[in-house]
Ligand binder design. Sequence first.
Ligand SMILES: [Zn+2]
Length: 87
Amino acid sequence: MNSQLQTIESALQQAEAEARRYAAMPARFDIISMELEIQTEDGRQMLCGSPLDWTCTCAFYGEWGTCSHVMAADIVFPHQKNKRESI
Ligand SMILES: [Zn+2]
């Protein structure tokens, strides 16, 4: 077998083994930034930020600093928030 091909295969196998090791430890992952779109009865609503700090574009959020969309996102993506609060 071509030795360069063997090197590539073993490098990929090593990377896969490492990936499984990381994936088994979700606490190592931090979502830094994401955009979230929620389909609401009134249309689409956009959230920006991360599970630790959502910002919404709706008028209610502008007035109150939170809204049903942010609250819903906190319920759907509880992982990181719980992680930080438990430290
Ligand atoms: Zn909102």
